[in-house]
Design a protein around this ligand. Structure first.
Ligand SMILES: [Zn+2]
Length: 256
């Protein structure tokens, strides 16, 4: 694997980290190009008029303030890695989110923004050079912080009711094969006779998803099932607890 090409592009959007690092969150930028995403992620006073796009109403006032956002790294399509916030600082990428029962994900996470138009721009493929760079960067981060592959998650995993990134085109299996993410081995577990939603909810929570244990199929459970499928069964993302989905959930719990 080749060495990373780093470019420093400091963002003023960060504050003090209040927890130790135990998570890496992967995102797509969801904007038209790398320059626009870098501008937004390093803008101390972003306003709507500077970032026109499908994420806001055309009637938004040009001077309407937007949230200040950032990440630690931005990985371009050609594999260039922009360092925008130092790892020891808390960058602002996760928003309202939770994993393994702990919120304020920004306080405990390293955020990586992967340049990709995402759902608003037709879900473009991720170029191999970009995925190679993400993989190398993750190897480095996991080693330095002594994290396991299971501690690399999607933004959609930690905010399933709000977020879809990095999206169903993201090659999680390839990352897992490289040892920097997890993947359920098909056939290593079959769903037990117990097909209850209560069991599915218990298992999803054991993986880390924030799901209230209601015992019934409800909107929050469906949102979490869709997040699970988007990452581990991207061929069909419908939020149904079908046999294959339950087998994959059980296999993942088994592998943790
Ligand atoms: Zn995101």
């Amino acid at each position: 694997m080749s060495a990373l090409r780093f470019v420093d592009r400091p963002s003023p959007n960060f504050d003090a980290r209040t927890r130790s690092i135990d998570l890496v969150v992967l995102h797509y930028t969801g904007m038209q190009d790398a320059e626009t995403a870098l501008a937004r992620l390093t803008d101390a006073a972003p306003v709507a008029g500077r970032y026109p796009g499908p994420w806001q109403a055309k009637t938004a006032a040009p001077d309407a303030p937007l949230a200040r956002v950032s990440a630690h790294y931005v990985v371009a399509e050609d594999g260039t890695v922009y360092r925008i916030v130092a790892e020891q600082s808390r960058s602002w990428h996760a928003g309202a989110s939770s994993w393994r029962g702990v919120g304020d994900v920004n306080a405990r996470a390293i955020g990586i923004e992967i340049v990709n138009g995402g759902h608003d721009f037709g879900l473009p493929e991720f170029p191999p050079a970009q995925i190679d760079a993400v993989t190398t960067l993750l190897h480095d981060i996991l080693a330095r912080h002594r994290l396991r592959p299971a501690q690399v998650v999607a933004h959609s995993d930690i905010a399933p009711d709000r977020k879809q990134d990095p999206g169903e085109k993201f090659p999680w299996k390839r990352l897992a094969d490289a040892g920097v993410a997890i993947w359920p081995e098909r056939g290593s577990a079959t769903p037990a006779g117990d097909t209850s939603i209560a069991t599915v909810q218990t298992q999803l929570a054991a993986i880390g998803y924030a799901v209230n244990q209601t015992g019934v199929m409800d909107a929050q459970t469906k949102a979490v099932l869709m997040a699970f499928q988007r990452r581990f069964r991207p061929a069909l993302i419908d939020g149904a607890a079908d046999d294959e989905t339950r087998a994959l959930i059980a296999a993942l719990v088994h592998a943790l």
